[in-house]
Design a protein around this ligand. Structure first.
Ligand SMILES: [Zn+2]
Length: 75
């Protein structure tokens, strides 16, 4: 399974802010607690942003379903 690293900080500031705040923590079982230390990567065509829950420090992963940031589908 190939993992492609991506640059989270290449995103728009607004996007970064949205991804950092719109989270769901499986440990806290709460939404929008926020995450810190985000890392973005792609696996099998799906983009993930992985960081740590701002509240408990456990791993939080956000899956990005759409591909609007890639521009590959503009036609
Ligand atoms: Zn948490």
């Amino acid at each position: 399974m190939e993992i492609i690293e991506r640059d989270f900080y290449a995103r728009d500031k607004e996007d970064q802010q949205a991804f950092l705040t719109q989270t769901f923590c499986n440990t806290c079982l709460e939404m929008d607690l926020g995450m810190v230390e985000p890392v973005e990567y792609e696996r099998e065509g799906v983009v993930y942003i992985e960081g740590k829950c701002a509240k408990c420090g456990d791993t939080v992963v956000t899956e990005i379903a759409d591909d609007e940031t890639d521009g590959e589908w503009e036609d």
